[in-house]
Design a protein around this ligand. Structure first.
Ligand SMILES: *Cc1c(COP(=O)(O)O)cnc(C)c1O
Length: 381
């Protein structure tokens, strides 16, 4: 049997990242400081937003965004049923109720046609997820839920675009992830973006224990006896400057990483087009994909084996794969506490059971990509 060892994902970092860490280490400034600020400015510029705030993860960033909207018990937040569990958990952190909407298994994103029926007078926000780096159809969502605040879950969507606009600039706020499974990484880390001045001020305070800095301090420099005022309850969701230093270097590679992934995604799509049992990502010219992963759907009625069996056969040949992600309503905690049945959201159920992400990352060689294609075409039968 042929064998190579291809990971589902691998961070691309090396000497430059290593060197970048020296500055905060030798300066002694290791918590949120100049490196975080530099990373935020670069990120805001690239995603065409007025503000970007670095945080400890996409999850804490989403929590901050909901807190900035004052989401609380009694409120409802609309989210897709097929996403990483964090999208739902952050709604519960606020004491609010997640309201699930089914997804379209062709895009794996929330189905805008199904959003309208879930909007109620309690709906305070909607969190469209740009899953795997493909933006949700924000215009259709805005039409289905007019006036409802939009918080993009842009965890997978650094550098992605929709109708000529970058992810992160499409709603009221957005949260990105720098977990190692995403295209650029700071170990753990996230970034919240917004164009709204008032929300920006809240995000900035809430991520730093609720501390507001007085105008006097801002303009005349700190006096040792003045502590910031604490008018709201906040959190400590600050990114370290060690991560900020990594982020600056990784950010510099973002567009090159995506370009390379885009090239190999096109190769996969061309080479795998004949496999009628494998649905590869399809999207219109309105979208530019961020390629966090290359997620496909296995049509089990046409496939030689079940999704799980195919994953095993690939693993035996050294090719790591993963289910795209999970249907949150099918996870024990949500099924048990909310009484969901798998068939309540059939699109999400299919995606849960039949999606497969195949390796696509910046540590792969041409031989690796050709090997994956060869095995899928010639050894899965
Ligand atoms: C990765 C991911 C998250 C969580 O990001 P963290 O930075 O690990 O908190 C949330 N939503 C989606 C869709 C993700 O893929």
């Amino acid at each position: 049997m042929k064998k190579r060892n291809i990971y589902i994902s691998q961070p691309s970092m090396g000497q430059e990242e290593w060197e970048a860490l020296k500055e905060p280490i030798f300066s002694g400034w290791v918590t949120q400081g100049p490196k975080v600020k530099e990373f935020e400015q670069l990120f805001a510029e690239r995603h065409k937003v007025k503000y970007a705030f670095a945080v400890t993860s996409c999850t804490t960033g989403l929590h901050l965004a909901l807190a900035a909207l004052d989401i609380q018990a009694g409120d409802e937040v609309i989210i897709p049923a097929f996403t990483w569990v964090a999208t739902a958990n952050v709604v519960l952190y606020c004491g609010a109720t997640p309201v699930f909407v089914d997804i379209d298994p062709k895009t794996f994103n929330i189905d805008p046609a199904k959003v309208k029926e879930k909007v109620s007078e309690k709906t305070k926000a909607i969190i469209p997820v740009h899953l795997f780096g493909l933006c949700a159809d924000i215009d259709a969502i805005k039409e289905a839920a007019p006036g409802i605040a939009i918080v993009e879950d842009a965890a997978c969507a650094a550098g992605a675009g929709y109708k000529g606009k970058p992810a992160g600039s499409l709603g009221d706020m957005a949260s990105f992830s720098f977990h190692p499974r995403k295209s650029i990484t700071t170990g753990e880390g996230g970034m919240v973006t917004t164009n709204d001045d008032a929300l920006a001020e809240k995000l900035n305070m809430l991520r730093n224990h609720g501390a507001s800095i007085s105008e006097e301090q801002r303009h005349h420099g700190p006096k040792p006896y003045i502590l910031p005022a604490f008018e709201v309850m906040g959190y400590n969701y600050r990114m370290t400057d060690l991560q900020g230093a990594l982020g600056v270097v990784q950010f510099g590679k973002l567009d090159q990483f995506i370009e390379e992934r885009d090239k190999w995604a096109a190769f996969y799509k061309k080479e795998l087009a004949d496999l009628e049992w494998l649905q590869v990502p399809e999207f219109s010219v309105d979208y530019s994909h961020g390629w966090q992963s290359f997620a496909c759907l296995i049509h089990e009625d046409k496939a030689p084996h079940s999704r799980n069996k195919i994953m095993e056969l690939l693993q035996e040949r050294g090719i790591s794969t993963r289910p795209g992600t999970h249907a949150v309503h099918m996870l024990d905690y949500y099924a048990n506490n909310f009484g969901f049945k798998p068939e309540d959201f059939p699109g999400a159920q299919i995606a849960n059971d039949c999606s497969i992400a195949i390796p696509l990352h910046n540590k792969m060689s041409e031989e690796d990509y050709k090997y994956v294609v060869d095995v899928l075409k010639n050894e899965i039968k």
